[in-house]
Design a protein around this ligand. Structure first.
Ligand SMILES: Nc1ncnc2c1ncn2[C@@H]1O[C@H](COP(=O)(O)OP(=O)(O)OP(=O)(O)O)[C@@H](O)[C@H]1O
Ligand code: SF4
Ligand SMILES: [Mg+2]
Length: 341
């Protein structure tokens, strides 16, 4: 069997009650990269990932820089047209341009950098009002204004901020403006792409708490992308780990921190500071050797084999299946049972 013949499995059908809000099926996003005179090669930024996001949950998405987190988030929202695969929202596959337009009124994104994602020449009122204008969400100027003030209140800004310009604000306040703008269409799903990474550490906790509160108040579902494993741990119900465009593990947040099963997750989690010394001893630090390969030259077989301390001959030849090792726990590793036995 070749690498290309194996596709990620489709998790078993859930009951109606736990119907996922979003289903991602065999999603691929390849970018064509020019490699020379009239020649190009696909860069497999996202390469066949499948998972569900349940209504009201926060799914954390982690992995090293360049592993495909942002591309996955953007492709799920159809900001990039998927190379292959499907996004199913509330049981309906998004296919046509109309489906995408409709989906965009339910799903949106908060970006990492509040400095570059907001136009500094626009007032806060204009920034938050823009999506209301685009989607014709109000009946008259009074209603528009009231909605903007309501959104500002949701994110802890007051009416005096409305006439001010984005460049007059601190990083934390700009991110609040960005979140209010994302909330304008009353979404139920938000891809949060490292929304606190650019903020001072002292502000990060406040903004994370705000995401938490907004989730409860507005019934939101998040795909929360982060570098900082402590940040995702705090906010996530489940965590997905990516490596070179693939998903390698998906588990409940507490489980993946206390008992990671994939060798790459083990290495990532062992770098997280643990306050309990007993747990710290059990969770010995694993230092990965070797550089992460370029996704333009991803190794065959298991993509992690060039850095994995457990790699054997099979790993260099055959791509491991992303399989449900325990209930609700998916791992892509040939040797998961042996290593964790
Ligand atoms: N528009 C694009 N065109 C070509 N290649 C791209 C494009 N966007 C991303 N890539 C490449 O796809 C791969 C995945 O990038 P992506 O930004 O999704 O990673 P990431 O996990 O979000 O990284 P980071 O943690 O640094 O934000 C990288 O190799 C990147 O260079
Ligand atoms: S399949 Fe092999 S190389 Fe890949 S993570 Fe498992 S043991 Fe390591
Ligand atoms: Mg990114």
């Amino acid at each position: 069997m070749t690498q290309d013949t194996i596709t990620a499995p489709v998790p078993t059908e859930p009951s109606a009650k736990e119907q996922p809000l979003i289903r991602v099926r065999s999603l691929k996003q390849y970018f064509n990269i020019n490699t020379g005179f009239f020649q190009s090669r696909p860069l497999k930024a996202v390469d066949d990932i499948s998972f569900d996001i349940r209504a009201g949950e926060t799914l954390g998405l982690v992995g090293e820089s360049g592993c495909g987190k942002t591309t996955a988030g953007r492709t799920i929202l159809h900001l990039y047209q998927p190379t292959a695969g499907e996004i199913i929202y509330r049981g309906k596959t998004i296919r046509t341009r109309e489906d995408v337009q409709e989906f965009r009124t339910h799903a949106t994104m908060v970006f990492q950098d509040p400095y570059s994602s907001l136009d500094p020449r626009m007032t806060v009122e204009d920034i938050i009002g823009e999506p209301l204008d685009v989607h014709h969400i109000y009946r008259n100027p009074k209603e528009r204004r009231e909605r903007i003030l309501e959104l500002m209140e949701h994110v802890g800004l007051n009416s005096e901020h409305a006439a001010r310009y984005a460049h007059e604000f601190s990083g934390g306040q700009r991110q609040r403006v960005g979140i209010a703008r994302a909330l304008a269409v009353s979404p139920d799903f938000i891809v949060c792409d490292e929304p606190v990474s650019a903020l001072d550490v002292s502000i990060q906790a406040q903004v994370i708490n705000m995401f938490d509160e907004l989730q409860d108040k507005l019934g939101l579902t998040y795909l929360f992308i982060a570098h900082d494993l402590l940040v995702v741990r705090h906010i996530s119900d489940r965590i997905a780990v990516m490596y070179l465009g693939k998903m390698v593990e998906l588990a409940d947040s507490g489980e993946i921190y206390s008992r990671p099963l994939h060798p790459y997750s083990k290495a990532l989690m062992s770098a997280v500071p643990v306050p309990d010394p007993k747990a710290a001893r059990a969770n010995q630090r694993i230092t990965l050797t070797g550089e992460i390969p370029s996704p333009l030259n991803a190794p065959g077989g298991c993509p992690f084999h060039t850095r994995c301390p457990y790699a054997n001959a099979r790993c260099t030849e055959l791509m491991p299946e992303f399989r449900e090792l325990e209930k609700g726990r998916f791992v892509a590793c040939h040797r998961a049972e042996e290593i964790n036995g």
